[in-house]
Write a protein that binds this ligand. Sequence first.
Ligand code: MTE
Length: 309
Amino acid sequence: MLIARRRGWELPESVVTQEALAIGRRAVLAGSAALALGGPALAAEPGGAAPRNPKYDGGRPLTAEKDATTYNNYYEFSEEKDLWEAAQALPQRPWTIKLDGMIKQPRTIGIDDLLKQVTLEERVYRHRCVEAWAMTVPWTGFPLAKLVALAEPLGSAKFVVFQTDADKKVMPGLRRSFYPFPYTEAVTIEEAGNELAFISTGLYGKPLPPQNGGPIRLTIPWKYGFKSAKSVVKISFTDKRPTTFWEALGPSEYGFWANVNPAVPHPRWSQASERLLTSGDRVPTQIYNGYGPYVAALYADKKSEKLFM
Ligand code: MTE
């Protein structure tokens, strides 16, 4: 994975609009426009706007929307960070997700059908990339546990595997054949049931932009960002731990568990601190990205595993 470089558009905090205020304003405007037209409020934004759940507030100033949506990792498009324009070519509808493996009834579900079966909420999470940059952003979505419940896994299923889109027509990065595309990530069924594990369909009160993984991605805030697979097209349930994308590519640098830990350096750089997008400030990294009270118990019986790489 490339080491992040500072870009000119990383504006100082002082000149960035306070996104929380902007979102509130946008929601009110969208709501009143819809009411004036006699339609349901925010109906034009499936997966985008939802009430904020105050339990998850990120604990830091929000990253500017412009930074979070123009500084991205998405190897299917590019190894550089400025891929957001190229990613607009990825069609967001129609979009289906295949559910298969050890579940009661394998099937394919359309994203809009799925959205009708869940209650959307907004959560502000910290996101920590293994490259040592970080952001704090409001995701719209629903608990991964809800999706697992809809899938009805068999008691024997131990892992939930996410496969992401691989569309050669619009993703130039797929031509680099040494990458083991399609991008695959996985969590244990217990991790999937943790209240923090989230499926995101929106960002900053809008539908999730293609460059951030639209229309649907995984968001696992206590692990390095590469676990949060973008543009999910298949979710499989299995009793065998799969080899994931980065693990296949660099097993000595990227593992299955990938929990954030400042005391366990990447073989090529320290993980002790992280650079915040927008402010450029460098702050100490926290174990489990600061979510230890929610997740540490998941690993109590796994001390012999390489939990932090
Ligand atoms: N998902 C896919 N399909 N392809 C990728 O290259 N990069 C990962 C993750 N999910 C990636 C992916 C990495 S390394 C990070 S840090 C996050 O996406 C970045 O998410 P963001 O661009 O929304 O900040």
